[in-house]
Design a protein around this ligand. Structure first.
Ligand code: NDP
Length: 325
């Protein structure tokens, strides 16, 4: 049995909890939280423990799945715990991946442990598909579309506006852009031409809706580069119709081969009812790989690019060769 610990119990922590519990070759040893453990109720039978227990380095776990937030938690947490355990995280701030990798690499190498960073679907499964496609068709172009799905970061940004009670923001790919890419037209697309943003906003009674709508649409980095629609709805409606965390998207790659320019389109799409449950399932498969590879002597930081696919599966290699090749 692979002994797994989870650090941080938010949406993703709950997703990993479900995936590990449903994996027959894994045992969920404990869920660790920075909060008072007695205030955190979990769905499985796993005990909830304090990070103080984890800090001793003595917890009996093969892999620690770190489920903190990318913005501020993971840059600190992953290098810290890489000194003590095999670790895996879902760090998704793309621009800071090289720096995060270097920090985790140093910590885990010194400790003789293995640390996998930036695992999930993007970065993660989408990254793998971009790499496969560009390796096979070096003459080509990758397009990534996200959605339709809830962006937590954009929803949070709306919630910070004065007079807003709650909000949900969906990122939606522009159908015409998808179509042109699938047709192999290789279009040059601006940010605005690729995605639109749909907002569902609950405001305080008497709030100035026109001002709130303007503030959303003009928010730099988040909304100003997109065509954004703002819908004001009631709290009940938000709970009823927008409480899930669906997401998904597509990596579409168009490329050419041969001397006559034959065209090829590769598409990998995800349509997810629950972003955190799916991301948790990806992390769980990769946690299996990390545990196995460290037992074989591998140390340092890795990304999904470094993990051979057979390590992800609980199915024995000879069975994989017989039935999945
Ligand atoms: P959450 O905000 O739900 O949780 C983050 C942390 O906040 C938790 O680990 C938890 O730590 C703490 N927390 C959660 N709920 C509460 C609460 N009620 N009160 C106080 N603290 C709380 O984030 P998500 O789980 O949704 O996402 C985590 C990260 O996963 C994101 O930042 C994102 O970057 C990444 N991600 C990556 C993907 C990929 O494809 N690579 C896909 C999806 C997400 P503690 O228990 O210690 O308090």
């Amino acid at each position: 049995m692979i002994k797994v610990g989870i650090l941080g119990y938010g949406n993703l922590g709950r997703g990993v909890e479900a995936a590990v519990t449903l994996s027959e070759d894994m045992e969920l040893v404990a869920i660790y939280t920075r909060r008072d453990p007695s205030t955190v109720t979990v769905k499985s039978n796993a005990p909830v423990k304090s990070t103080a227990d984890l800090d001793t380095g003595k917890e009996d776990i093969d892999v620690l799945v770190i489920c903190g937030g990318s913005a501020t938690d993971l840059p600190e947490m992953t290098p810290k715990y890489a000194k003590l355990y095999n670790v895996i995280d879902s760090f998704d701030t793309h621009a800071r991946i090289p720096e995060h990798f270097a920090n985790v690499d140093k910590a885990s190498k010194e400790a003789g442990k293995l640390g996998l960073i930036s695992c999930g679907w993007d970065p993660g499964m989408f990254s793998l598909n971009r790499l496969y496609a560009t390796s096979i068709l070096p003459k080509g172009q990758a397009y990534t579309f996200w959605g339709k799905g809830v962006s937590q970061g954009h929803s949070d940004a709306i919630r910070r506006i004065e007079g807003v009670v709650d909000a949900r923001q969906y990122t939606v790919p522009v159908p015409e852009a998808l179509e042109r890419v699938r047709n192999g037209e290789n279009p040059e697309l601006t940010t605005r031409e690729k995605h639109t943003r749909e907002c569902f906003v609950v405001v305080e009674e008497g709030a100035d809706k026109a001002r709130i709508e303007k503030e959303i649409k003009e928010m730099p980095n988040y909304f100003s580069d997109y065509d954004t629609t703002v819908n004001f709805i009631s709290e009940e409606e938000l709970k009823k119709n927008h409480s899930g965390l669906p997401h998904g998207g597509s990596v579409i790659y168009t490329g050419e081969t041969g001397f006559d320019g034959n065209k090829h389109v590769i598409e990998y799409s995800l349509n997810l009812d629950s972003n955190p449950e799916f991301t948790g399932a990806v992390l769980t498969a990769y946690a299996r790989a990390i545990s196995r590879m460290n037992k074989e002597g591998a140390t340092g930081a890795k990304t999904v690019f470094d993990i051979a696919p057979a390590y992800l599966s609980p199915i024995p290699a000879e069975e994989l060769r017989a039935h999945f090749l």
